[in-house]
Every structure is written in C-alpha cells, then in structure tokens.
Design a protein around this ligand. Structure first.
Ligand code: S3P
Length: 193
C-alpha cells in the first residue's frame, strides 16, 4: 500500500516512507494544522492546508466565504480544492473539519490517501478553540454544545479513517510521535498482510 519502511536510498530509516498523501481529519481544534505541519517537517514532505488553499482560490477568508456566499459554496470549493491537492503526490494535507463529511471527498481520500483522524473530546476542543474568532460554525452562544453536537454527528464518519489517534491535553510532540508510530505500524502490517 502506501508506506515503505526504508528511506529513499534504501537504508534502514526510522521514518516511514510515504508514497501517497496523508490526510488529517477531525473536528475544529483537533490540531490538524499544527500536527500536520510538524509531521510534514519530520517526514520531509510538503504541508498543505485545505482551508488556506480555499482562501487562496476564493481570494477571501473562510468566515467571509460563509457569510457572503454561504456554507454550500464553501463546501463546493473545499471539495474541488481537496481533489486537486490529492493529485499532487505525497504530502501532508490538513483538512477543514467538515471536509471528510462530504461523501465525494471521503471517497477521493479513501482511494488516493492515508487518512488519519485526530480524535479529542469536545471539552478539549472547546478549550483550544474558544479564543479564536475565525470559525463561523463556533460563532454562536454555545460553542461547546456545537462541538458536542458536531462530535455526535461526525465521529461515526471520522471513524472510517485508516488511522485514529487519540489526543487529549498532551503536547504536540506526543501527538506527533503517536502519528509517526501509527504510520510505521500501518506500513509494517501492510507489508506482512
Ligand atoms: C469547519 C472547520 C474549519 C473550516 C470551516 C468549517 C467545519 O476548519 O473548514 O470553518 O465544518 O468543521 P478547521 O477544522 O481547520 O477549524
């Protein structure tokens, strides 16, 4: 499948070699962008962020796209952008929290990438997101309840990801190490199956 346990020059290497995109999924505040950036550095791969790419394509920020054009227009653009990013070879792609909920995007991810769900409790996500003002879905009276509702709707779908990593209040380095270990394990089990 996607991973090989040796480096480019054939030497044993502690890093899994990746031959397709790794797509990070999960709710807002799960750490997709932070972990993704670090993972990309560790694996010497390009880092791509679907929200940033959507903003670049649309020429405005995500919250403005929601406000001016509406969520369906955002989802449309997000689907097209992710489709394009998946064609660009091995990379680490941090997706917006709703991206994997789109059936077409999910199918694309399943056939072209390794998906990794960063799972966290809504309370943890709330603590991480409560100060930022850039998430339209959380700009309401009770963002914690919104995160709980979204977790209920989305977690069964995120669970379709190839790899699930539990992240609590641990530091970034710990989550990063878990991700690298899970990718290595996935490479090994793939080799032996
Ligand atoms: C969304 C998550 C956001 C962004 C948009 C919608 C969602 O990305 O795509 O505000 O539906 O969960 P992050 O998960 O990176 O915050």
């Amino acid at each position: 499948m996607a991973l090989a346990p040796t480096s480019e020059n054939g030497n044993a290497d502690d890093r899994p070699r990746i031959d397709r995109p790794i797509v990070l999924v999960g709710l807002m505040g799960a750490g997709k962008s932070c972990v993704g950036r670090k993972l990309a550095e560790s694996l010497a791969l390009p880092f791509l962020d679907s929200d940033n790419e959507v903003e670049e394509a649309a020429g405005c920020e995500v919250r403005d796209i929601f406000e001016v054009y509406g969520e369906p227009a955002f989802r449309d653009c997000e689907r097209r952008v992710i489709h394009r990013l998946l064609q660009a070879g091995p990379s680490i792609i941090a997706t917006g929290g709703g991206a994997f909920m789109d059936p077409a995007t999910r199918e694309q991810v399943k056939s072209h990438a390794i998906s990794v769900w960063l799972r966290a409790d809504p309370e943890v996500l709330y603590q991480r997101t409560k100060r930022a003002k850039n998430r339209p879905l959380l700009a309401n009276e009770d963002p914690l309840q919104t995160l709980k509702d979204l977790a209920e709707q989305r977690y069964p779908v995120y669970a379709e990801a190839d790899i699930t990593i539990d992240t609590g209040n641990e530091g970034l380095e710990k989550t990063l190490q878990k991700a690298i270990d899970a990718l290595k394990e996935s490479a090994t089990s793939d080799k032996t199956s």
